[in-house]
Write a protein that binds this ligand. Structure first.
Ligand SMILES: *Cc1c(COP(=O)(O)O)cnc(C)c1O
Length: 370
């Protein structure tokens, strides 16, 4: 529906007029209903093809008996498990209905009309939505080699800036920032803004100078680091993520947080998953092999791609990607067009199981030579 057609817009909060809804990857069931096909695969939302590990599955099964009760609104056991995992106080932890929820809490606490947030071109789509939804202004820095250009971002920071958003690694580009550069950037920011380092894919990265920004939280009071259980932990459907921050920042985030934002199965599964390093390790190994399988195929097919340290890869199909995507859908292969990220000739492909990767490559090859 267009703004002209919607009379309620005049009643809506500032910022709503400029919003368009986030478009998620199409669910398999929806595609199959639309096309009357079966046996499709989804490599579109950076989910873990192994799903949750045994420990999380057992916690979910045990949690069924408690479903008649509200969850623990304070998330005591989960916050304790997260705090122990990182060696910080539970007071530093804010839990969210996915880390998207936490990003939204940051926007609601620190942004309002007249203030600004800064992020990079091709950065995660939730940063502009969270900014716009509260009527603040987005300042978007040009990218360098598809990645965050920290100097260009710093140049946009001013006295109205309240939030700087950084995804490390970034989705959908899979690019990353080294520890020294990121830390220097954070330390040079004025104390009048907070910086969010979104580490949704951190488990997948093995580069030696890739930072763990959670280690900097204690010494950098304006730093907020977010993590999720949706990717390497395989719990995307349950919606659970968290922020680590200075306890005084966590206090403000928790003031706007809905008391029951994380349901009891999610809390139980996440508390079990965070200690399951074996499952994370298997997931990361599977991803490494799949990444090699897919990039080898791109080289063979002569396709340019953006080198990625995540569990996905964004490939230049050398022509407008929308019709290529449509043709892949008809073959039952769901990937993600990224024109909304300013990349109209690219598709983002999640690394799946070996057979899924092979099927995706074969379909892409068919479509591109047709
Ligand atoms: C997937 C993703 C998230 C996590 O979202 P959830 O709400 O935790 O499922 C956060 N940031 C980035 C950059 C992502 O790609």
């Amino acid at each position: 529906m267009t703004n002209q057609e919607n009379p309620f817009l005049a009643l809506a909060a500032p910022g709503i007029a400029g919003l368009t809804p986030y478009v998620p990857g199409k669910p398999v069931a929806e595609l199959e209903r639309e096309l009357g096909i079966t046996g499709s695969i989804k490599l579109a939302s950076n989910e873990n093809p192994l799903g949750p590990g045994q420990r999380a599955r057992a916690a979910i099964a045990a949690g069924l008996d408690e479903l008649g009760y509200y969850p623990d609104g304070a998330g005591f056991a989960l916050r304790r498990a997260i705090a122990d995992h990182h060696g910080v106080s539970p007071m530093a932890v804010t839990i969210g209905n996915g880390s998207n929820d936490v990003l939204d809490l940051v926007a609601r606490v620190f942004l309002q009309p007249g203030t600004e947030s800064v992020f990079s071109a091709h950065a995660f789509a939730v940063y502009p939505i969270a900014t716009q939804a509260v009527g603040a202004t987005a300042r978007i820095a040009p990218a360098r080699d598809y990645g965050h250009d920290l100097a260009a971002m710093a140049a946009l920071v001013n006295e109205r800036t309240r939030v700087v958003w950084i995804a490390n690694p970034n989705n959908p580009t899979g690019t990353w920032l080294a520890a020294d550069a990121l830390r220097t950037f954070i330390e040079a920011l004025p104390k009048t803004c907070v910086v969010v380092v979104d580490e949704a894919y951190t488990e997948y990265v093995s580069e030696p100078d890739f930072p763990d920004a959670t280690r900097w939280v204690e010494s950098h009071p304006n730093l907020i680091v977010t993590r999720t259980f949706s990717k390497a932990h395989g719990l995307a459907a349950l919606r659970v993520g968290y922020a680590l921050s200075d306890p005084r920042v966590a206090d403000l985030l928790n003031r706007v947080r809905q008391p029951f934002n994380v349901n009891s199965l999610a809390q139980a599964a996440a508390a079990a998953a965070i200690g399951d390093s074996e499952h994370v390790r298997s997931s990361v190994e599977l991803n490494r092999a799949g990444m090699r399988q897919i990039t080898d195929a791109f080289k063979r097919l002569g396709l340019d791609y953006i080198p990625s340290v995540g569990n996905f890869i964004t490939v230049d199909v050398g022509r407008p990607a929308a019709p290529v995507n449509e043709a892949l859908l008809r073959l039952g292969v769901i990937v993600r067009p990224v024109a909304n990220y300013g990349l109209p000739n690219h598709l983002r492909i999640t690394i799946g199981l070996e057979a899924e990767n092979a099927r995706c490559i074969a379909a892409l090859e068919d479509v591109l030579k047709a």
